[in-house]
Design a binder for this molecule. Structure first.
Ligand SMILES: COc1cc(O)cc(C/C=C(\C)CC/C=C(\C)CC/C=C(\C)CC/C=C(\C)CC/C=C(\C)CC/C=C(\C)CC/C=C(\C)CC/C=C(\C)CC/C=C(\C)CCC=C(C)C)c1O
Ligand SMILES: C[S@@+](CC[C@H](N)C(=O)[O-])C[C@H]1O[C@@H](n2cnc3c(N)ncnc32)[C@H](O)[C@@H]1O
Length: 299
């Protein structure tokens, strides 16, 4: 039987989340929701036209994917340093909060779509590893009179330090994945991690495969959001969870003014100075502005 529909939106401009999350939103859904409400609404508008937006530009739907590809191909090498500089490290806290909200248990199969350079995947692996180690310690403490055989077995199990958890990073951009793989190598992430080139709108996975689907700062760039949501639903096991981290609109007029000032006057300049790429960072701020507000996403 289908699991009951459940939708939770953690709106960083609202009351449910801390000030640290202002300007950013986390959307949580449970799989088997009847008829994905967000998709239904966004779709009806987007399906009608073959034109769409790329930041403030109007482009054809066919063009958008290529333009988004060029943006991330161009920024890939400077992507991580840009995020730290633009947000003064705050994006790390948002990503940590996503994992804490997810609270994955050992054995979780995660699909991180638009996973880019692997920030969500690495956090997930750290989290499940520490959960698993804690569980093992508790078990060992509870069984103080173990036989040698049993102790040896526990040590063998310790080899699987993730408790069977696994994360699949899926992204459409080869360059972003390349940087992610280099980071994984340098930071010693190997077990429980795989990288796949793929489109959120047409995922290269079987049905009912994952416990959790995440998409962090990715959905804004997808041409047919409805299609991506349908794909998320398809690859999630019944009762699986969908977690989306994305920018939101700021409602307070004063903060909104400062937000705009920073977005439009500072970010493209940083993009030019650090990444030699004004245009891609102009696209970033325009795409944030074009993305539906948290209220629209919720309904
Ligand atoms: C090409 O596409 C992309 C490329 C990428 O590299 C990344 C992404 C996807 C994004 C991420 C993975 C997340 C990380 C990226 C960002 C946070 C950049 C996006 C920035 C904004 C939407 C603007 C608002 C920024 C924040 C809410 C984050 C917090 C930032 C700060 C605290 C830095 C503020 C800096 C200063 C106060 C010092 C220097 C500033 C000035 C001298 C300029 C004038 C300053 C102001 C007017 C005050 C600044 C006011 C604000 C930032 C407003 C704060 C508002 C709220 C907290 C609601 C990608 O797709
Ligand atoms: C802003 S980055 C986010 C990366 C990572 N999730 C993070 O939080 O740092 C957006 C990513 O979405 C990817 N992307 C854009 N359109 C996509 C699509 N249709 N399918 C899969 N990935 C896509 C880009 O290649 C890029 O790596």
């Amino acid at each position: 039987m289908a699991a009951p529909r459940s939708l939770a939106l953690w709106n960083c401009c609202g009351r449910r989340w801390s000030r640290a999350m202002r300007g950013c939103q986390l959307l949580g859904l449970r799989s088997s929701w009847p008829g994905a409400p967000l998709s239904a609404r966004l779709l009806s508008q987007e399906k009608r036209a073959t034109e769409t937006h790329f930041g403030f530009e109007t482009v054809s739907e066919e063009e958008k994917g290529g333009k988004v590809y060029q943006v991330f191909e161009s920024v890939a090498k400077k992507y991580d340093v840009m995020n730290d500089m633009m947000s003064l490290g705050i994006h790390r806290l948002w990503k940590d909060l996503l994992i804490w909200k997810m609270h994955p248990l050992p054995g979780t199969q995660l699909l991180d779509v638009a996973g880019g350079t692997g920030d969500i995947a690495f956090r997930f692996l750290n989290y499940v590893q520490s959960q698993h180690q804690r569980k093992q310690k508790r078990q060992l403490r509870a069984q103080q009179s173990l036989s040698w055989e049993e102790i040896a077995k526990e040590y063998q199990n310790e080899e699987d330090s993730l408790g069977g958890s696994h994360v699949m990073v899926c992204d459409i951009n080869k360059e972003m994945l390349k940087v992610g793989k280099q980071k994984a190598l340098a930071q010693g992430y190997r077990a429980g991690l795989a990288w796949v080139l793929g489109d959120a709108e047409e995922l290269p996975f079987d049905d009912d495969k994952f416990d959790i689907y995440t998409i962090a700062f990715g959905i804004r760039n997808v041409t047919h959001i409805d299609q991506a949501l349908q794909e998320a639903h398809r690859v999630l096991k019944p009762g699986g969870r969908f977690l989306c981290l994305e920018f939101s609109q700021v409602n307070n007029p004063l903060i909104s003014r400062l937000y705009d000032l920073y977005s439009f006057q500072v970010i493209p300049v940083l993009g030019e100075v650090i990444a030699g790429d004004w245009k891609s960072y102009q696209y970033l701020v325009e795409s944030i502005r074009r993305f539906p507000s948290q209220i629209r996403i919720k309904i």
